[in-house]
Design a protein around this ligand. Sequence first.
Ligand SMILES: [Zn+2]
Ligand SMILES: [Zn+2]
Length: 160
Amino acid sequence: MTTAHLHTPHIHTAHCHSKAERLAEADALVQRKGARFTTMRRATYDFLLAQKAPLSAYDILAKLETRLNKKLAPPTVYRALDFLLEQGLIHRLETNNAYLVCDHPGAAHESVYLVCTQCGKTQEVDDHAVAHLLETKAHTFGFTPSKQVIEVQGLCSNCN
Ligand SMILES: [Zn+2]
Ligand SMILES: [Zn+2]
């Protein structure tokens, strides 16, 4: 095991960094990868940064139109979401097909999501140990996992 796996799991919250800092971080990350942060992609990311709970692509389109005060072609928004997913800036939850910003973009990780069924607030928990444990277990069945999304539903500390 390398030292990279020995860090203590920690929980990032939206309060860790200001929105401006996170946008600057995203700018740098996209630039490092040689990709282009177009106006639409950036506007979509900026919008998602401000959301408290994950949203469906349809909701993102509708709310983004209201926010930018103009009609948007759905494929434009969906392509922007695909781009942000590829760059690791956002994630998509499997159970409800909702999108949320990544709390620690730039680092390869398999996260665990704690989804509040009452208010929708979703906490991303980056814990390598959990992902590795499942992967090892899968291998004992001769199964090779290619993608692993762990979602835990329940009540958040506010709704509890
Ligand atoms: Zn993440
Ligand atoms: Zn809640």
